[in-house]
Design a binder for this molecule. Sequence first.
Ligand code: AMP
Ligand code: MG
Length: 403
Amino acid sequence: MLAVNEAIQQMLAAIDPIAETETVHIADAVNRVLADSVTSTVDVPGYNNSAMDGYALRVADLQHTDTLQMVGESRAGHPFTGALNAGECIRIMTGAQVPESADTVVAQENTELGASANRIHICSPLKLGNNIRKQGEELKVGAVVYAHGSKLHPVDIGMLASLGIANISVRRQLTIAVFSTGDELVQPGQARRSDQLYDSNRFVIHAMLERCGYQVLNLGLIPDNKQEIADAFIQAAKQADAIVCSGGVSVGDADYTKQVIAELGAVGFWKVAMKPGKPFAFGKVDGAWFFGLPGNPVSATVTLQQLALPALQRLAGERELQPVVLGAIAGEALKKRPGRADFQRGIVRYENGENRVYSAGPQGSGMLSSLVHGNCLILLEQDRNHVAAGEAVQIQMLQTPIK
Ligand code: AMP
Ligand code: MG
């Protein structure tokens, strides 16, 4: 059996990123992959501006007095065009430009209006530069903001906008064909015989790939028939960069996926040392990379996430990112046998100053409810045995927390 990391490394070594690029507007760029690095052509912020509503002044003046004469104002988008003289200040609003002649801002709550008109009394001590956001303090012209291969999330669209960038060069979007195989499967919404079950994998896989930013060709359900499977794969390879198919990769009599891929050009058919999972096919049909996932719904979902996605990310030209792993304490005993890496479904909670993780329920590889109830995967190393309550374990959150 192949270790999870070895399987990933073999796929990464085989796959070259797609080369084609296109230019898109940032409003359409969520989940797209930058073809080039992005360098700032502006300072951010672009001018010294006030972090507070208050008064802009020259801090040296406060050595002689605590009362200044207000001679004008600077509002966001409407700067003060004059210059401050000794003993003067201006009213200033958050985000408004600080004039060259001022060096410090006092927050309004630390001031009082004086007895006579436009006299401002400063009530608290100030240090030079207080409450001013300096030009370029976040980013200077020439700063590399993104490496090429960065995938753009909503916050990145905001960053690009703040740099004044409207259009960017991104890699062409991947098109991925998705199938299910299995004579026992029926479409949701249709009547079901007692020996049939609903095809759920195709819907999970479709949704996961779309969330990753790939275009999905949902090519339906194929019966366990060698010729039909072969025809479907060849047709799909004409339209897609990759094919993701579930079912038929184990060693049962009706598991034709393996045979078809072996004939059409398999690169690897593996028993991967993971649970859920194990059978996993990786290959190529004409120009399209092929990923054959096990049929059991949890296995299909977890192998897609853990094995196929890193490979698809490489194909899409995405920078390699290590998944975030967190530490947690097992809140209860967890069953585990040495030999395969477990991706158990868990529920992690922050309790008494630490992350404690509990089993999300029965762990059968067909039980999607464990993924429905769980909020994390508990990563139990290949060689590990049963876990006692109180032992340290690693977890991976099922949802990216922020982006
Ligand atoms: P297989 O890998 O084809 O041997 O399938 C393993 C198990 O997963 C069997 O119990 C199948 O009925 C089930 N299964 C296969 N494909 C799907 C699917 N698309 N949706 C739900 N269950 C499936
Ligand atoms: Mg099957």
